[in-house]
Design a protein around this ligand. Structure first.
Ligand code: CTP
Length: 394
């Protein structure tokens, strides 16, 4: 369940910080990618080298001396889940008052990912009015809390306040993933550029890399959806995603149409050929045979078939344009989609194969919203936020 999930582990300055190393280990053992952000006080209890060795990434401690000019927003955007273990009384207080005074609090305030807090402190501090008030506020805001255990505390005291067992924290993280905002949804995503054969060795294709659709599938799975990715690109290794490899538009159509029953959302991010050679040679066309003439016939329209299906899901189309998005707006109606994602692949940063994309969302009511240039993963997150909001509205 955690394989491939991106988890930011926040470590604060309590003696239980040493248990965060075990937690990091358990998370990586389960296949999660882990990045650590520590408060300066946490480094008094455990070294950064421990987490670097366990996770393969140097922890972020300082907002200003990191090689990344904006480590908090990078971590915030990267995370599927953020967990703070241990969370001291001071960290709970700073978070509840929005006092973004270190890299960890800044990350927590910048992220839209679910956050799990595992408090650990002395009993008196846990039971203090201020802490109770802060925990109540944070719960009200949607933060998940793993309550501390009762047992031996630092200095030989005994009582409530011991960091919850790291395995219980792992279970809580899994439950957040399983019960994510897309839990219960069945999703089909298409990605990549189809290839239309001319003969057994040659094809007509396009430059789509599949990165955008793959990110959409990955984020959906990370948010709890059951995902099928039908891809014409190299099959990505995405845990929790059923991947179906196809080559041509017609194969993609069969793969998608055959899986529509029970599908709640279809996101058609593939660059599908609109036409294919009318005849495909069964043997390689030889140079000596002279210049071939290739004539074309239309391919299956995958999206149209989904739209016209009796199991029509919430339908998201893509429009890869060049030289502006004027044509994209008209496609919402023409294609019968609930949402259209337009991008200009001739623009720098949005080209096929790029890790970033600048998209504009076109809605059924004729309105549109341009998103900034973002990593494709962040585009995918924004898109799912939008789909959830729109599905609620229909
Ligand atoms: N699409 C599809 N099957 C096709 C062609 C396109 O499912 N045979 C889908 C794409 O995955 C995308 C949407 O339709 O989600 C729009 O594709 P696009 O090529 O922009 O649409 P066209 O109507 O073919 O427009 P254009 O004339 O610009 O090519």
């Amino acid at each position: 369940m955690l394989a491939g999930r991106r988890i930011v582990l926040g470590v604060t300055g309590g003696v239980a910080a040493y248990k965060a190393a075990y937690l990091a280990r358990r998370l990586t053992e389960r296949g999660a990618e882990v990045r650590v952000v520590m408060t300066p006080a946490a480094t008094e209890f455990i070294g950064t080298a421990t987490f670097a060795a366990l996770t393969g990434n140097d922890p972020v401690v300082d907002l200003f001396s990191d090689k990344d000019p904006s480590p908090h927003t990078s971590l915030a955007a990267w995370a599927d889940v953020v967990v703070v273990a241990p969370a001291t009384a001071s960290t709970l207080s700073r978070l509840a008052s929005g006092e973004s005074s270190n890299a960890l609090i800044a990350t927590l305030i910048a992220t839209t990912a679910p956050v799990l807090l595992a408090p650990a402190m002395h009993t008196e501090m846990w039971e203090h009015e201020a802490t109770r008030h802060n925990v109540a506020t944070l719960k009200e805001w949607g933060y998940h809390i793993v309550e501390p255990d009762s047992g031996e505390l630092a200095g030989g005291d005994v009582g409530v306040g011991r960091l919850a067992d790291p395995d219980a924290i792992v279970d809580a993280i899994e439950s957040i993933v399983i019960n994510g905002p897309l839990a219960g949804l069945h999703v089909i995503v298409t990605s990549g550029g189809t290839r239309e054969a001319i003969d057994p060795v040659r094809y007509i294709g396009n430059r789509s890399s599949g990165k955008m659709g793959n990110a959409i599938a990955r984020v959906a799975a990370a948010r709890g959806a059951t995902v099928t990715l039908v891809t014409a690109a190299d099959a990505p290794d995405l845990s929790g995603v059923e991947t179906v490899s196809v080559e041509s538009a017609d194969e993609m159509a069969q793969a998608v149409w055959g899986r529509l029953e029970g599908c709640d959302v279809a996101v058609m991010a593939a660059a599908v050929a609109d036409f294919k050679p009318s005849v495909q040679g069964t043997t390689k066309i030889k140079r000596d045979s002279g210049l071939p003439t290739v004539s074309f016939v239309p391919t299956a329209d995958v999206l149209k078939g989904v739209h016209e299906s009796e199991n029509r899901p919430f339908l998201v189309g893509f429009a890869a344009e060049t030289g502006g998005l004027e044509d994209a707006a008209a496609k919402v109606k023409r294609k019968g989609v609930d949402l259209l994602v337009g991008n200009d692949v001739s623009r720098s940063g949005s080209e096929f194969g790029s890790d970033t994309n600048q998209v504009t969302l076109f809605y059924k009511d004729g309105s549109s919203k341009a998103l900034p240039l973002l990593d494709k993963d962040d585009v995918a997150k924004a898109l799912w936020d939008e789909i959830v909001a729109l599905r609620g509205a229909i």
